[in-house]
Design a protein around this ligand. Structure first.
Ligand code: SF4
Length: 403
């Protein structure tokens, strides 16, 4: 069904979407600027359905953050997670403590450990090699997604070796994929403002290129909703798309919503207590889907934008929902008011509640479980509101083409 557009500026882009033509950076700017959110959503929904039909992927994963001690504590001013070594709340887990935390996976259907942390001044590469090897020994069926490009580059510096060598050693230990964090926004001016001294854009992209060349797929992200301009966003997405043209190694794109609580940037912007708007959250999903035509999946990160908005995002070009998580620390330190975890059943019902087909996937997006319409999992647990309520009503309105 052709999209019903209120913004005439979208008509030319709609024709391109219909013809499966690549969008230009100028098109992406028009999409970011349009007030016609529902028109944009319909275009992104068309692009997503062409790739993924009604399937929405999720994974049973567990986040593990081995340390929050970080040498960039005072220069990544958007970060609420990091601590200096002697600061209140600083922690560094021993390997045994990490393995103990991972034991939660035995009571859950966990298929992936998602491991990220701070740039610890003293933790050597051997700690991460032993951590990954130890987890693989204890949980041979669980996939390891670990260490952002920023952490890989930090380890290379500490070990006075190359990032390629660090990636090789981690892969030998059992690393399967890289998460997409640390990209923030590639613009040098934005980086100088919010993450001075963090790995530069070229370096972030180089580490991912090397990972792809070594057979380590990865995710990619963009942190939006702080000081970046719409032009900065488009430039960022263009660089991700260019690298994907080159390597094909990105699995999913995840727009990450900035949270302003308990960090210096939030104080400078006078924005403590307020996060991004739902309007912008949905726009970032939709533009990502339309512009990144060579990345198979677009993921909504419910700990940042709420499970309810994530449910609506499934009609704005999104086919991938952040998993069960179990322990979420990074965004909850920044004021996220979302739950620390969603149960497997809640995730499945959230997706089904949006009229979509839930598909549990492994980390490489191979389906591992689908659900018949009469699967008992669709009967919500007493007291659960997931898959119903205000979010569901909005989804229904959007589904009719116009709220
Ligand atoms: S964003 Fe990452 S690198 Fe920057 S301070 Fe936080 S933990 Fe450290």
């Amino acid at each position: 069904m052709p999209a019903r557009l209120e913004d005439r500026a979208l008509e030319r882009i709609a024709a391109k979407v219909e013809a499966g033509e690549r969008l230009s950076p100028e098109d992406a700017l028009v999409l970011f600027r349009t007030p016609d959110l529902l028109g944009l959503g319909q275009l992104a929904d068309t692009a997503n359905r062409r790739k993924n039909g009604d399937r929405v992927f999720f994974s049973a994963n567990q986040h593990i953050n081995p340390t929050n001690v970080c040498i960039l504590r005072h220069t990544c001013i958007f970060c609420s997670f990091a601590r200096t070594p002697r600061e209140d709340g600083a922690y560094t887990r021993t390997l045994e403590e990490v393995f103990e935390e991972a034991e939660a996976a035995r009571e859950q259907p966990t298929r992936e450990f998602h491991i990220v942390g701070g740039l610890h001044p003293k933790l050597r590469l051997s700690y991460y090699v032993d951590l990954i090897r130890g987890l693989k020994e204890r949980f041979p069926g669980v996939h390891i997604k670990a260490l952002t490009a920023v952490e890989i580059a930090h380890l290379a510096r500490i070990e006075k070796t190359t990032t390629r060598q660090v990636l090789r050693e981690l892969k030998d230990a059992g690393l399967d994929t890289l998460p997409g964090g640390g990209a923030e926004v590639f613009s040098p001016a934005v980086r100088a403002t919010i993450a001075d001294r963090k790995l530069a854009a070229e370096e972030w992209l180089r580490v991912h290129r090397e990972a792809h060349e070594l057979g380590i797929p990865s995710n990619c992200t963009m942190l939006y909703g702080h000081v970046e301009t719409l032009e900065d966003r488009v430039e960022h997405l263009t660089r991700l798309r260019d690298l994907q043209d080159e390597t094909g190694g990105f699995l999913t794109y995840i727009p990450l919503a900035y949270h302003p609580d308990h960090n210096e940037l939030g104080r400078q912007l006078g924005r403590e207590g307020t996060a991004t708007t739902g309007f912008d959250d949905l726009k970032n999903i939709a533009v990502g889907r339309l512009f990144l035509d060579n990345i198979p999946h677009v993921k909504t990160h419910w700990p940042m934008v709420t499970p309810f908005l994530s449910q609506i995002a499934l009609h704005f070009g999104c086919d991938d929902v952040e998993g069960t998580v179990v322990y979420e620390r990074v965004y909850h330190e920044a004021g996220a008011h979302t739950p620390m975890m969603l149960s497997y059943g809640e995730l499945v019902r959230l997706i089904k509640g949006a009229g979509k087909e839930p598909v549990e996937r492994d980390s490489l997006y191979r389906p591992v479980r689908t659900f018949a319409p009469d699967d008992p999992i669709f009967r919500p647990a007493p007291g659960s509101t997931m898959g119903s309520g205000a979010a569901q009503e909005l989804v229904e309105l959007v589904g009719t083409g116009r709220a």
